[in-house]
Each structure stands twice: as C-alpha cells, then as structure tokens.
Design a protein around this ligand. Structure first.
Ligand SMILES: Cc1cc2nc3c(=O)[nH]c(=O)nc-3n(C[C@H](O)[C@H](O)[C@H](O)COP(=O)(O)OP(=O)(O)OC[C@H]3O[C@@H](n4cnc5c(N)ncnc54)[C@H](O)[C@@H]3O)c2cc1C
Ligand code: SF4
Ligand code: SF4
Length: 1020
C-alpha cells in the first residue's frame, strides 16, 4: 500500500494576505495555490524548476489592474509577480517563486479585426496561430514567426520580442506592434502608442508612474544617445530587453513600446495589443538543398541570400536523422532523397516568394542555374510549390527542438545556449569554435536554425540529474557568452534572457545603470519578474546557477524508479501538447478545460512530483501497488478519512483528479515529440492509488463488462429493456455512468454463418490449402463492434467476400483495454495473455488478422507488447492497412458519382497509426469512392470517458469544439464517415445522426458497381 503524501499547498503569509485581499477587492478570475497547480506552473521549456506561491488567472483587464494596484500598496511591496502566457520560454522567463499571473486562460479573445487597415486588436492570451487562423481566409497573417506558434501567446511574444523563420524579411514582434495596453504597478492602465513631441511633453507632466517613466526614458534617449549607439548590437536579432535604440520610431515619434517589447514582464502587464496584419505572399516555392557537411550548408547561406531568398533555415544530420523516425517524415521524405554520396550532413530549406507567378519562376530559374554546378558542397536539391508540402516541411523544421528532445538515453538536449546570434557572415567560423567547445567536453548535440539571421539553435545533451554534468551549464554558458562577444553577437538572439540576464551588466557596460533606472521608474521595489533583464539599483540579477533545476528534483528519484517511469520523466516542457487548434487531436482534456493540469505536460509534471514525494518516503510505488482483500478494511478507513471535511491532505488525490480528466485517447503518445505516454503512467498511478483507497464499484463492473457482453447480447432485448428502464437507470446513475448505448439485437453468428463466414480455429485454418490460405483472413472480434455495432462487422465480412477474400471470425474474447484504462493492470495482463495466446495460434496457422475497431486493434500494438513482449503478440492489422497492402489485388472501379465522403478517423488511429490515414484514401480511390480525411479533434467519447457522469459535460464540450461544428449541418453529416465505434456513438448522442463506417461505403460502391441493391440508406 502506498503512503499518504503531504500536500504542500500553503503559500507564505504575505501571499495568503494578498490573495485574500485581492478577492475582497472584487477580483473575478481564478486563484489557486494548490500543490498540483504550483507543480505544473513550476516549469517551462527551460532547465529550471521554480514553484510559484500561487497562480492567479485574471478574467479581464480590470482584474489585472486590481492585481497591480494592490501589489503596489505599501503592505505588499515584498510581493513578487510574474506574468505568464503559454509558458513556452526556454530560459525560465515566466518562472517565479512569487505569484504567477496567467493571462492565457481567460484573456484570449480576438477583439477586432480591421481588414482594410490591416490590424487586429487582441487580448494578451491569444495564441499566434489562433490569430492567423482567424485572418487566413483574407490572405493575411501575423508575421513574426516562432516554432511554438500553436501555443505561444501574443503577450508572451511581445514580452520576448519573438521572431523566427523569415525574420530577415519580417523583423521581430516589436516591428508589428502598433499599440499596447500596459498595466503598471500602481494600477495605471496606459495605452502605449507612438507620441508626437507635444503629446510626449504633455504626458511627461503626469504625476503618476507613467509620467515618471516617460521622463526617465526621454532623458536617457537624449542624454545617452551616443552610448546607446555604441553598446547596442547592430543585428537583425538583437533581443536586448529594453530596446533603447528604437525609443523613437522611424517617423521620429517617441514609442514606449520599444522598451515594453522584450521586457519579459519586468516592467508591466500587457493586456491588449493592436498588431499589424501582413499580406501573405501570393506565390511561394521551397527548395531543400542537401550538403556534404553542415559547415558547407552554413557557408552557402550568403550566396543563397544574394539569390533573393526570403528565408533560409538549416538543419543538421542529427535533427534530420531524428525526423526520419518521426511521423512527420512520411509527409516530407520525398523532398529529402538519399544521395549516392551518402546521407546529407546538412540541409538548407530556402523559401522564395513573389506576388506574381512569373516573378517567382524567374527567380527560380536563376536559382536552378546557380545551384546546377554542384559546387559549395551541395549534393542536390528538390523544389516544391505545393502548399501542403511546404507546410509539412516547415512543420518538420518547427518540430526540430521536439525531435532533439526525443534523443534516447539520460543525456537529453538542454536549452541554455540555444539561440545565440552572430552576424551571418561570421556564423560558420563562430560555429566551428562553438562546436569545439562542445566536442572537447565530449558532448552530443544537434544544430538547426535561421542561418539567414546568423541564429543557430544548439542544445547540448546533458544529464542534468548528474551534478557534475549540471555544472557544465555554467562552464559552457560563460564560454559561449565570451564567444558571442568575440564575434560581435549576442547570447540571447531569439528566446530572450530569462535567468541568463546576469550577463547583461557585462554586455551593456556603462549603459546597464540606465536600464536599472528604467526598471526603477516602472518598478521601484523590484516586484515584477525580479532578477531578470535589469534590477533596480540596490537589487541583484538572479545568477543562472542559483535557480533550482529540474535535474535537482529528478535526481531525488531512485534510478530503478526512473527507469520504469521514462514515459513521464522525460517531458521537457516544450508545450506541444498545449496546441490551440481545435482540429488537431492533441489533448482534448486541455482544450476543453484550459486547465494546464489537464494536459500531458500537467500530468507528467504531477507524476514526476508524485514519484519524488514517494522517494522522499523511500517508497517505490510499483512495489507498493499491490492490494488484496486482506487490506480492504485499511483501504476503507483511508477512504473514509479522505472523505471527511477538508480531506486527508494526500497529494495523491490531486494527482488522481488530473488523471481522471484524461480520456486515454493516446494523442499524446502519438504526437508528443518526446513520446510522453499519459495513458500508460496513468494506469500505473491508478493501480498504486487504489492500493491505498477503495475502488469505486463501477471499476469492477466495467472491468468485467467485456466478459459479460456475450451473455448480455444473447438476451439483448431484455438487457436493453432492463438497462434503459427505471431500475437500470437508477443502477447506471449509482455507478456514475450515463448515456449508455443499447446492445445491437442482430445476432452476429447467426447472420455471419448465413453469409458463409466461419469460426476461425487454428485447426480449420491449418487445414486450408495454400491458395485458400492466401485468400483467407481472420476478422478479430472486439466488444464494441461485435455487441453494439454488429452491422459493421457483417458489412466488413461481406466487403471482404466481394473483394474475393474469405473472412473468418475469431472467437470473441475480451481485449482488456477498459481494464488498462482503469489501471486494473494485473487483470489486464491476464486478459491480454489469453487473447494474445488465441491470436498467436490463429496467426501461426499462416492467416492474417484484422481488427475492425481502431482503438481496440491498436491496443495489441502498444499495451499488449508492453505487457507481454513483442514476440508474444501477433500483428493485427487495421482494416485500411490490410486492404492497402493488397491494393493491386482489389478491383479498380471507376468513380461512380461526384459524392465525396469526409472521413473522421478515431484520434488514437490518427495519431498512433498516422501512415494508415493515406491507406483509407488509396483504398477508396481504387474502389471508385472519393474520400478525404478531414482534420479534426477528438469526439469526446473515447470509450468510457463520455459515459461517465462526472465527465459528460466536458465530453460534450470537446465534441462541440470540432466534431460538432463539422456535423452541425445535416448535409455534411450525411457525407461523413467515422472509423471509431465511440465516435459514432457520440455523434448519435449529440446530433442524432448515425454515421457509417468507411467499410460500409466501400461495400456500397462494390454493390453498385455490380448493380446490386446496396441495402444502405443515406439518411441523417
Ligand atoms: C520548442 C520551442 C521553440 C521555440 N522557438 C522559438 C522561436 O522560433 N522564436 C522565438 O522567438 N521563441 C521561441 N521559443 C521561445 C518562446 O516560445 C517564446 O519566447 C514565446 O514568445 C513565449 O511566449 P509564451 O506565451 O509562451 O510566454 P511565456 O513563456 O509564458 O512568457 C515569456 C515571458 O513573457 C512574459 N509575459 C508573458 N505574457 C505577458 C504579458 N501578457 N504581459 C507581460 N509579460 C508577459 C513572461 O513574464 C515571461 O517573461 C521557443 C520555445 C520552445 C519551447
Ligand atoms: S507532454 Fe510532451 S508535448 Fe507536452 S510538454 Fe511534455 S514533452 Fe512537450
Ligand atoms: S491521452 Fe488524450 S486526454 Fe489523456 S493526456 Fe493524452 S492527449 Fe490528453
């Protein structure tokens, strides 16, 4: 039995007083200081881990004013506040041991879009891609680019003056800001926009903090112009913190936004921004040039820029190698073919744009001519004009950091010198010295970045759990800082300073005291994100090795426990799971709740903390997870204690709440670049949790349901009447379940045998002749389709027959997925052993196996192999995989009509078997059916989740985010197909539409081609 863990939810008295007073002043947002929230907000994408005292989530601008005003009062001058957006910083920018102010949860609305004037007014928490999606139809976009564009907020981008691919053309975020609403620490709301001289003089007379700030800034601008000129780097990527060079805009107006952009939340809260929308280029082409060495790729950049490239991105062989192992490779591999000289050691991805096709072609013909001589270490190149291919190649480049993070072993790429910039003409020489610094320490690293802007991303692989390796952070940072100085560059070229601000005094020399003055004018008591960018006189900047690192926490967990928990411990906080896009499968529970505990990162962070607390009590949870009847009274007692008012304060309850919100959809497993696997560690956690507390009766019922279904199905009419009658409803409610589907009353065996489908036994299959065996295939039954959607199984068998194959039905046996989801791991292993043994015997007879329901089928590939070992589990193909493998043997049917089908795949299938998505369209095309895979999120059902009363409303909210919008129009619904039983069930519940499985449409096509009655009516 695992022990109770003390939950550490108590903030300091000062913070507690502040939070209480804030509520009294009418604060409308959320406030939390729970151990779980503090844990989740203790990390970003950096090496650091710093737990805030509390997190507040303002609901609106007035709330932010309330926070700032109260914090500015004398009683709270020791209180620290740090604004937070998407939390994607790589150097601890948003980390604090004070109060984190999250502007992303509630303040994320696009307030106005002015197409004519080309601007948008957004709240600070709007995500960059969210804005781009809103204006894409008008061929506009918010131009400053950054890799995590699907999760970084515009507030965070402004505060770090973000930029990325295309910065030579488009500049940085600052260049696209027209006006900001900034809340200062006395509670003043300042609408910051360029001021003409008379306006500036008038505003300088103000008696509030704005007046003081303007006076200081204007004096520095005038008195120190010479020093500013000398000490600010002349680089495209000069993220400096307070940008004094641009205090006057190009029209000579005074613009305070230049210091607010890049201030990393150390001067004010940004609540709203009016930003420029840029017209997207009409025509573009992407070249992927392969090189014999990375150095050759870097040195070629100058020549490519002279050919009028809009942007050049570089990727080295390490990153390319990791991309080859990722799902993204399927979409881009044709653009990176193998060369006779060997694998490319570096690649330049070069973009050319133009407003007219003829201009683009003109540029490209010059480029082709220049590249055709094979000099400069070039192996060859590919060109594409296809928008989908271009997006896929950029997406591979954007994924680079994540891909690097997926290096195997304990040494993982660490960000601390990952965004240095030097003048592009020095880049190759600088990188040679940089590499030497890493090579001499025997470090492995990958490199990629914006070669056009002289910015390379380098993350040396370090095991931060090892104190000796951790010490390298200081050593390497000092050495690389000196190197950047030597080459007239900066250490913080792209991602801002964060805890690297300690180098600012040396970097700015005599100008640093001016920055201190600016900080003091905005924030005299050093309350706003203190220790970063600049400290007021009398205060210090934080030293980068004085902040606790994740490694220091993780090393408290014994090595044996770490080994078993790789699937959570390696989360590096890159935040790909905070993807805003409703039509992307990644984490439905996060999208519906916007509570970061309910995300893969949140759950992984909580698991890490839980393992650490267990270790502090010398407990290995997997060894302590067993439970039996004998300790039932103790579990009952623990459960009762936990139900008392105020609970028992066990941190495990907080972790359990986060795990409960997970749908086990497995999108994280497929899409997290680090392969964080929430369903696996969730199952282990639940097993351990219920060694201490009583399991709900529901778990026992659901865990046995698959076994009970054959009997229930035999009496389907009676079971349905009972289940949906008054008594059944009371029982269902008592079990915490809802919206249960009715059993299918079709008799699968009766119907199948009438169609000549036989029971698959090893003996019968072994007795087949070779040619019969070639044509035969076993359809593996699963609980969902066999008992709730029998028609789909029958139609699939008929489809196989009409395609000339001989389908056999396996005996029905439980698959065990629900047991795994509930963390009944011992029972699951037994179930899996039985099922795998049966499947092995069938497969050994030399006949292929196919599963109809994707999520059940994919369980054999993941959970079964983990539990039993690869050699114990035969391959069970997905329907489309098996058919696509036989494409040449399928009849080639002409397209019969113009009707086009939209397929919404199950999200487990979409994310864990991405290659099989194309299989559907290829098979459909062969059989004369137009079918396209539609981007979509999760349907919200995910097996059990949507049938739990506690989750029903979230399940419906998830549905409405993506599926609901696509199916709202009955005409669309009539042309939509779904592979997952859960998904079809959810659509029926929500919209009353019975969607078909794609095999039913394929069958329909074959029957029509043979002039047979199809038996299918297309009604919504
Ligand atoms: C995988 C990966 C790739 C990256 N690639 C790039 C890249 O290509 N280009 C690039 O520029 N950056 C990149 N970054 C760094 C990071 O994404 C950017 O710095 C981004 O702008 C941060 O936005 P955010 O919303 O996550 O802000 P957060 O990380 O939450 O905060 C960043 C800073 O902004 C402050 N802040 C946030 N919101 C506000 C507000 N409303 N008012 C005042 N201050 C605020 C915070 O206090 C903090 O100091 C990358 C990060 C990751 C993880
Ligand atoms: S769970 Fe994966 S995607 Fe999310 S932050 Fe962790 S590593 Fe990144
Ligand atoms: S399984 Fe699905 S719901 Fe659960 S954490 Fe992963 S993506 Fe989110």
């Amino acid at each position: 039995m695992i022990p109770a863990l003390k939950s550490n939810a108590k903030p300091t008295p000062l913070t507690a007083d502040f939070l209480a007073e804030l509520r009294l002043r009418g604060f409308e947002g959320d406030i939390t200081h729970s151990h779980s929230d503090r844990t989740v907000f203790a990390t970003d994408n950096s090496i650091y881990q710093l737990s805030p005292q509390a997190i507040v989530f303002p609901r609106n601008e007035t709330d932010v004013v309330r926070i700032a005003k109260l914090a500015g009062e004398p009683n709270f001058r020791a209180l620290k506040l740090t604004p937070r957006g998407g939390g994607t910083g790589t150097n601890g920018q948003s980390l604090t041991d004070g109060v984190a102010v999250d502007l992303s949860r509630h303040m994320n609305a696009i307030l106005e879009i002015n197409l004519e004037e080309g601007w948008a007014l957004v709240q600070a928490g709007v995500v960059k891609d969210q804005l781009n999606a809103a204006v894409a139809a008008h061929n506009l976009f918010f131009a400053p680019e950054l890799s995590p564009s699907n999760r970084a907020t515009i507030g965070g981008m402004i505060a770090t003056d973000a930029s990325g691919q295309g910065s030579v053309l488009h500049g940085k975020t600052r260049d696209h800001v027209f006006a900001l609403n900034a809340v200062l620490l006395d509670g003043t709301l300042w609408h910051s926009h360029p001021l003409e001289s008379p306006q500036l003089e008038a505003e300088k007379l103000r008696s509030d903090r704005v007046g003081r700030v303007l006076r200081v800034l204007d004096r520095i601008r005038q008195d120190d112009a010479q020093m500013i000129e000398e000490h600010f780097p002349r680089l495209n990527r000069c993220v400096t913190g307070y940008d004094l060079v641009h205090l006057c805009d190009c029209q000579g107006r005074f613009d305070m936004n230049s210091v607010l952009c890049g201030a990393e939340g150390s001067l004010a809260f940004i609540t709203q921004a009016k930003v420029r929308l840029t017209r997207a280029p009409r025509f573009s082409a992407l070249l992927s040039i392969r090189y014999e060495s990375f150095d050759a790729a870097l040195r070629d950049a100058g020549a490519l820029m002279r050919l009028e490239a809009a942007s050049i991105e570089t990727v080295d062989a390490t990153v390319l190698g990791l991309a080859r192992q990722d799902a993204i490779w399927l979409k881009v591999r044709e653009f990176f073919p193998d060369d006779s000289q060997g694998p490319a050691q570096g690649v330049n991805i070069v973009e050319f744009i133009a407003d007219k096709q003829v201009q683009l072609e003109d540029k490209l013909s010059r480029v082709r001519a220049a590249l055709s001589d094979g000099s400069a270490g070039r192996f060859g190149f590919t060109v594409t004009h296809d928008a989908i291919a271009i997006a896929a190649i950029w997406s591979m480049r954007k994924k680079s950091v994540g891909l690097l993070g997926n290096m195997q072993g304990e040494r993982r790429p660490m960000p601390f010198v990952e965004d240095t910039v030097v003048p592009p003409e020095h880049l190759a020489d600088y990188i040679m010295e940089f590499r030497h610094a890493l090579d001499k320490r025997g470090l492995v690293y990958g490199m990629f970045g914006h070669v056009d802007a002289g910015c390379l991303h380098v993350r040396p692989a370090i095991d931060m759990k090892d104190p000796a390796q951790e010490a390298l952070v200081r050593e390497i940072s000092d050495e690389v800082f000196a190197l950047t100085r030597k080459y007239h560059g900066v250490l913080w070229g792209e991602h801002g300073k964060g805890f690297r601000s300690e180098y600012a005094p040396e970097f700015f020399g005599p100008l640093y005291p001016r920055m201190q003055e600016i900080k003091a004018a905005f924030d005299p008591y050093n309350q706003l994100n203190p220790g970063k960018i600049a400290a007021p006189p009398g205060h210090d900047l934080t030293r980068l090795d004085s902040v606790p690192t994740r490694g220091q926490f993780d090393r408290q967990i014994p090595i044996s426990v770490r080994k078993e928990n790789q699937d959570s411990l390696h989360c590096n906080g890159n935040a790909a799971c905070f993807n805003f896009d409703p039509d992307d499968a990644m984490c439905p529970s996060w999208k519906a709740t916007r509570d970061r505990r309910h995300s893969p990162k949140g759950r992984a962070s909580l698991m890490r903390e839980w393992l650490r607390l267990m270790a502090s009590q010398a407990v290995d949870p997997s060894a302590a997870s067993s439970s039996g009847w004998i300790d039932m009274p103790r579990r009952a007692l623990n459960t009762l204690r936990s139900m008392r008012r105020g609970g028992d304060g066990d941190f495990s309850h907080e972790v359990k709440a986060a795990m409960d919100g997970c749908l086990s959809c497995k999108s994280c497993v497929g899409q997290c670049p680090i392969k964080v696997d929430v369903p696996s560690f969730r199952a282990r956690f639940l097993q351990a949790y219920y060694s201490r507390y009583l399991r709900p009766i529901r778990d026992g019922v659901i865990g046995r349901l698959e076994s009970a279904l054959p009997l229930m199905s035999r009496l389907a009419h009676l079971t349905n009447a009972l289940m949906h009658g008054p008594l059944g409803r009371v029982i269902t409610r008592g079990l915490g379940l809802t919206a249960l589907p009715a059993l299918d009353t079709l008799d699968l065996w009766g119907e199948a045998s009438q169609r000549g489908v036989k029971l698959a036994t090893p003996e019968a299959l072994r007795a087949l002749s070779e040619s019969q065996r070639q044509r035969s295939v076993v359809v593996v039954q699963d609980a969902f389709t066999t008992h709730y959607d029998t028609r789909v199984v029958l139609d699939f068998c008929e489809l196989l027959q009409r395609l000339g194959f001989e389908p056999w039905l396996s005996s029905y046996m439980p698959n065990g997925k629900p047991q795994h989801v509930l963390g009944l791991l011992g029972t699951f292993v037994k179930t899996a052993q039985h099922q795998a043994a049966m499947l092995r015997k069938l497969a050994e007879a030399g006949v292929d196996l196919i599963g109809v329901d994707p999520s059940m089928t994919l369980t054999y590939r993941a959970e079964y192999i983990k539990a039993l070992g690869r050699d114990k589990v035969p391959r069970v193909a997905l329907v489309q995989e098996w058919l696509a493998e036989r494409l040449e043997h399928l009849p080639k049917l002409p397209q019969q009509d113009e009707q086009s089908w939209s397929l919404l795949p199950h999200c487990t299938e979409r994310t864990n078997a991405p290659a099989s998505m194309d299989d559907w369209t290829r098979v459909a095309e062969r059989l004369g059916v137009k079918m396209q895979i539609v981007p979509s999120g999760c349907c919200g059902m995910a097996g059990l989740y949507g049938h739990e009363r506690a989750h029903r409303s979230t399940s419906e909210a998830i549905y409405r985010l993506s599926w609901g919008l696509k199916l709202a129009n009955p005409a669309n619904a009539r042309q939509t197909l779904a592979t997952g039983y859960s998904c079809r069930c959810q659509v029926k519940l929500m919209d009353g539409t019975q969607l078909l499985h794609p095999v039913q449409i394929l069958l329909h096509a074959i029957k029509r081609a043979s002039n047979l009655s199809t038996g299918i009516t297309f009604s919504a």
